[in-house]
Design a protein around this ligand. Sequence first.
Ligand code: UDP
Length: 237
Amino acid sequence: MKEEQIYSGKAKTIYRTDDPSKLIAHFRNSLTAFDGKKKSEAPNKGYYNAQISKKIFEMLESEGIRTHFIEMVSDTEMLIDTVEIIKIEVIVRNIAAGSITRKYPIEEKTHFKDPIIVFDFKSDEYGDPMLNDDIAVALGVATYDEMEKIRTIALRINKLLVEYMNKVDLLLPDFKLEFGRKDGEIVLADEISCDTCRLWDKKTGQSMDKDIFRFDKGDLSKAYEEVARRIVPEIFA
Ligand code: UDP
């Protein structure tokens, strides 16, 4: 049973339930970019992202990756395990786009021979600065052992996601993961959706992700719907 709201982020609201070990995540239609400086709403965005995320969490679970996903409780709400969130954004990159092309002499669309993992300290106050294992440990946000485990799981997820997206004619330049702790284990948390992945149509190269909103590249809801049609065709049946 859904109880009071405990947290409202940029695109999801988290509610307590009558069971302290479970929470409800509501995917909203709100959108933000550039550290919250740009804001908007897109019809059905929450629905498409929730359904895409659910399908991907189920696929990852079937491959032995532990996630916080339990079940959908409505079209836009998922029941999730309560985990202790690790304050690190784990970015995995396969093709150069976004910040890496601004910060380093790397041209957009460069295909990396091996995936690149970047860890950012999840802190609005400090502007999500990049961190390495030593800084993570010094800050007390993770142990060396956890950093190693997160890296291994992130690379495994990347391999599975690249193959999965390829089958539906999507390229996966990069994406962001968040992890939590539960019962001494590392668990995939947050979401995997068009808000947290760059997805390019394999044939046209067009963005089908939040870059449409960041750079006013067209109709975001239509693009997310198209991604949902490819990943969760069953919801359109
Ligand atoms: N990303 C995210 N949340 C963040 C930062 C990044 O979901 O707070 C995702 C983003 O959608 C992209 C990837 O992580 O798929 C890499 O983002 P990048 O560092 O290039 O940042 P950007 O160029 O979007 O500012």
